[in-house]
Design a protein around this ligand. Structure first.
Ligand code: GLN
Length: 201
């Protein structure tokens, strides 16, 4: 008999929660929504989904969840943020709303809606050595990109858009993982499998 997978939560205040729950289950985890401090206390890792980071920030503050999220992150809980979730994990946000706050922890600067109006949404096959071959089908929806990374951040993926080196769209720093794209909207579970392995440790 295989052992039950780790218990991983999906922050359920706004965004595409259901898709992440399904991807986590397919990747071998037990997944449940997290909408309260008590529910946060019961999980071994947390996914912060895509959605709208300004709304997520506002609701997390109103619900009293921002401080518990920061404490869980500071105590070493593995967290994975996709798109708006990447913004929520970033220490610095360009084009943020003035009252927008983040959980932070990732020593990166992200720019919201960075790919611009003409390319609000697009899909790109992105090489991600950390999850192996083939290239990953990455879906970007009003996505941020990473403008700057600190010395302890590993760059996992870039796309060829502006700049000779390409634009950074996936990073890892210890127990924190973030992608500018939405793996939960594809059938490809390799990013979620990577996060499950990070939670198992
Ligand atoms: N543009 C959104 C934001 O700033 C993110 C979009 C997404 O998560 N698909 O929060």
């Amino acid at each position: 008999m295989t052992s039950p997978g780790p218990l991983i939560g999906v922050l359920a205040i706004q965004g595409d929660v259901r898709e992440h729950l399904a991807s986590l289950e397919r990747a071998g985890a037990r997944a449940r929504p997290v909408g309260s401090t008590a529910e946060l206390g019961g999980v071994e890792g947390l996914v912060i989904p895509g959605g709208e980071s300004t709304t997520m920030s506002k609701l997390a503050l109103a619900d009293g969840l921002m401080t518990p999220l920061r404490e869980a992150r500071a105590s070493g809980m593995p967290m994975y943020g996709s798109c708006a979730g990447m913004i929520m994990l970033a220490d610095r946000v360009e084009d943020a709303r003035p009252d927008q706050e983040t959980v932070g922890g990732l020593d990166i600067t992200v720019r919201r809606n960075a790919f611009g109006r003409q390319v609000d949404s697009f899909e790109s096959e992105v090489p991600i050595p950390a999850v192996g071959e083939p290239d990953f089908p990455a879906v970007f929806i009003r996505a941020p990109w990473v403008e700057q990374v600190g010395p302890s951040v590993d760059v996992l993926a870039r796309v060829e858009r502006g700049g000779a080196e390409g634009t950074i769209v996936a990073v890892r720093q210890g127990p924190l993982l973030a992608t500018a794209f939405h793996p939960e909207l594809t059938g490809d579970t390799r990013i979620h499998e990577l996060f499950v392995r990070m939670v198992i440790g």
